[in-house]
Design a protein around this ligand. Structure first.
Ligand code: ZN
Ligand code: ZN
Length: 164
């Protein structure tokens, strides 16, 4: 996705607004993106430099870290950068370079979006998860094994001896 900033560079306009979709990022850390990323961006002339603000939203599918239930939601992310025709001190994450009067948005935006995803998703804040013993989804009710304390089998044998 290239945005032509020539109208600002020549002084014809002060603001460029842009609404488009990007191919979704590759699956990342167990998160899949079934639909394109919607990007609404705005480039503003700040007298001497330009700022870009892009709001990206993308549907995603992942699984609850506790109960493994499928989660399908929309992730929204705001991306802000200063546009520069050349970089003063080499690479800088706060800047996007203007080349041939255009700004390439795809790669930096998708990279930033993926970096801002969470590592753990839960179907709900208080998800009780699966019982580690019987595998029952504890959100659907108690299975009965969770209340009883596990007795160390070695201690159980010892208890038998003491009973005699
Ligand atoms: Zn869950
Ligand atoms: Zn159980």
């Amino acid at each position: 996705m290239f945005i032509d900033v020539k109208p600002i560079l020549t002084g014809a306009v002060d603001v460029i607004e842009f609404d488009d979709t990007l191919a979704p990022p590759a699956p990342f850390n167990g998160i899949e993106f079934p639909e394109p990323v919607r990007v609404v961006s705005r480039i503003k002339n700040m007298a001497g430099y330009m700022t870009l603000t892009a709001s990206a939203s993308v549907p995603y599918i992942t699984r609850c870290a506790r109960c493994l239930k499928e989660i399908s939601r929309v992730f929204t992310h705001t991306f802000t950068r200063t546009l520069a025709t050349r970089l003063q001190n080499g690479e800088n994450d706060d800047y996007l370079l203007i080349r041939d009067d255009r700004v390439a948005l795809d790669e930096p935006l998708l990279e930033d979006l993926v970096l801002n995803l969470d590592f753990v998703y839960l179907c709900k804040e208080d998800c009780k998860g699966l019982c580690p013993k019987c595998g029952k989804d504890r959100n659907e009710g108690e299975c009965g094994c969770s209340d009883k304390k596990e007795v160390d089998p070695r201690l159980a044998i010892l208890a038998k001896f003491l009973d005699k």
